[in-house]
Design a protein around this ligand. Structure first.
Ligand SMILES: Cc1cc2nc3c(=O)[nH]c(=O)nc-3n(C[C@H](O)[C@H](O)[C@H](O)COP(=O)(O)OP(=O)(O)OC[C@H]3O[C@@H](n4cnc5c(N)ncnc54)[C@H](O)[C@@H]3O)c2cc1C
Length: 368
């Protein structure tokens, strides 16, 4: 049985609606990526999107631009200059002290103003908490379409953005076109696109755009900022080694075996969705379509069947090792190595073996 999702025949559906692009669409040119930064930190998904955006721009033979919105100062400027190292031809910068903290009103105003002024044909944002919030309100304000949580981005023969995403619970992939509106907007979750190589390049053209808003115009006020002090919070999406467990482990106690192996390997631990639903793990540990997308160098999946909704979150892993009692489990169709055995017995043995062989120093090196 193949669990690979099928693409829902977009070409046929599209052919029926395809028509000459309106004349005023010609004013919309170039591919833009919103560079998400909070408190001076650029979210890595922005650079991943620069890689995807570069490919689209090259196909369309247009420029790739970064859009940086933030407070005046060093961090915002350096986010713009860093964008050139990830392939930007130019950067639009809206810098104003009222943009120090993300607020939907001010960021929506900043982004929609720049879009209305310089008219990109494609605008990409990360499907992060901030990106989802901003993309929705920007698309609504601009009265254009938005395809959320895309897994593939391409351009069609007529230059339209072909934005592909899972649908029907992940069993189908559909390709969505924004035929009648501009810009064509899409969000992509962290780790779905590969991280492009950073190449030091000379700083390109930076276009500054005024915000045209003062603090009194903004209803939402930031009273204080509470940093996330939860040291146990997962870094699953960007971990190099991930060990995950599924329902096959049989009990929350057995799920601890996954955590123990992850601990010895210096890895992050994760799980399939039913474990979150049962309360065996917190939702930030869920891997898959409605959880995190991961791209580790090594992924060990214990007692996980490999349903399509889980598969889409792990396919980018360099090496997938599956442990399952059922040799016909779907996970063996895409795992690089399969072990047909009882994970509850194997996991402690693996933990003991790695503990004996790995010094703390060499554990750090597993990931490198
Ligand atoms: C809209 C939607 C979104 C979803 N999103 C996600 C998502 O983000 N992530 C996700 O994971 N799922 C998601 N799901 C659920 C998904 O469809 C599957 O139900 C889920 O992934 C199955 O979890 P599992 O593999 O742990 O359990 P099961 O499918 O029950 O598989 C358990 C596996 O363990 C094996 N097993 C049993 N005993 C042992 C043992 N002792 N040792 C080793 N192996 C053993 C079995 O052979 C079986 O293959 C989603 C579903 C829907 C409809």
């Amino acid at each position: 049985m193949s669990t690979a999702p099928k693409t829902a025949a977009p070409a046929a559906g599209r052919a029926a609606t395809k028509k000459e692009l309106p004349e005023h669409f010609k004013a919309y040119k170039h591919v833009w990526v919103f560079i998400e930064q909070e408190r001076g930190q650029v979210h890595p998904v922005s650079w991943e999107l620069m890689g995807a955006g570069r490919k689209l721009a090259d196909k369309l033979k247009v420029d790739l631009a970064a859009v940086v919105i933030g407070p005046e100062g060093e961090a915002t400027q350096s986010a713009a200059t860093e964008a050139f190292c990830y392939g930007a031809d130019l950067a639009y910068v809206v810098a104003d002290s009222v943009l120090a903290d993300y607020r939907n009103e001010s960021y929506t105003k900043a982004l929609t103003d720049v879009v209305n002024t310089y008219k990109p044909e494609i605008l990409l944002l990360g499907a992060t908490t901030l990106g989802r919030d901003l993309a929705g309100s920007v698309a609504t304000t601009l009265l254009t379409g938005l395809t959320a949580d895309c897994t593939e981005l391409d351009v069609d023969s007529d230059g339209s953005l072909a934005a592909t995403r899972p649908t029907f619970g992940g069993s189908l992939l559909c390709t969505i076109y924004t035929l009648n509106y501009r810009p064509q907007m899409a969000t992509v979750r962290p780790r779905v696109m590969p991280m492009p190589e950073r190449v030091v390049r000379p700083v390109g053209r930076i276009v500054s755009h005024p915000l045209g808003l003062v603090e009194d115009d903004i209803v939402t006020k930031v009273l204080s900022f509470l940093p996330d002090r939860d040291s146990a919070k997962s870094n699953l999406a960007y971990a190099d080694v991930v060990v995950a467990g599924g329902l096959g482990l049989g009990s929350p106690e057995n799920f601890q075996l996954v955590r123990q192996l992850a601990g010895v390997l210096g890895a992050e631990y994760g799980c399939s969705r039913p474990l979150v639903q049962k309360g065996w793990a917190t939702s930030d540990r869920q891997i898959g379509q409605t959880g995190k997308t991961i791209r580790p160098k090594l992924y060990i999946a214990a007692g996980i069947s490999g349903a399509i909704q889980h598969r889409v979150g792990v396919e980018g892993a360099d090496l997938i090792v599956a442990i399952n009692t059922d040799r016909n489990a779907p996970i063996f169709e895409f795992a690089h190595m399969g072990i047909v055995t009882d994970a509850v017995r194997l996991l402690p043995a693996l933990t003991a073996a790695f503990r004996a062989r790995l010094s703390p120093h060499s554990r750090d090196r597993i990931a490198s």
